[in-house]
Design a protein. Structure first.
Length: 125
């Protein structure tokens, strides 16, 4: 198999994951998009390891070893990330990233600090 096929697939997976991270509002979907990006990196590591191992017979397959480390780190990341998302969901009642930006206590209503534009207009009048 030629190196271009897995490289193009990896680029498409990474771009899809990047779009998911930038466009999604749900924290769980953002975590899934990060996993998609990590899988694209794993595909690239293995593809380049196989491509480079054809040139030299005695290789250590370092790309595949790095892939195993990346998979282990991704498993830990998703475990901790889901635990944090579940804890925030239990406390706040939502996993919407836009509503979770303001982490100060007492601002659970979703309005920005200082109130709405109508309250600001009344305060200045």
């Amino acid at each position: 198999m030629h190196l271009a096929y897995p490289a193009v697939l990896s680029a498409l997976l990474f771009c899809t994951g990047l779009y998911g991270v930038l466009a999604r509002r749900n924290a769980i979907l953002v975590l899934m998009s990060v996993e998609l990006m990590l899988n694209a990196v794993n595909l690239n590591l293995v593809a380049f390891d196989v491509w480079l191992s054809k040139a030299a017979r005695d290789t250590l397959h370092s790309g595949q070893a790095l892939t195993l480390f990346t998979i282990a780190i991704a498993a830990a990341e998703i475990g901790i990330g889901l635990a944090i998302v579940l804890a925030v969901y239990r406390n706040r009642g939502t996993s919407d990233i836009d509503r979770l930006r303001d982490t100060a206590e007492g601002h659970e209503s979703g309005t920005p600090k200082g109130g709405t534009a109508d309250e600001k207009a009344e305060a200045t009048a």
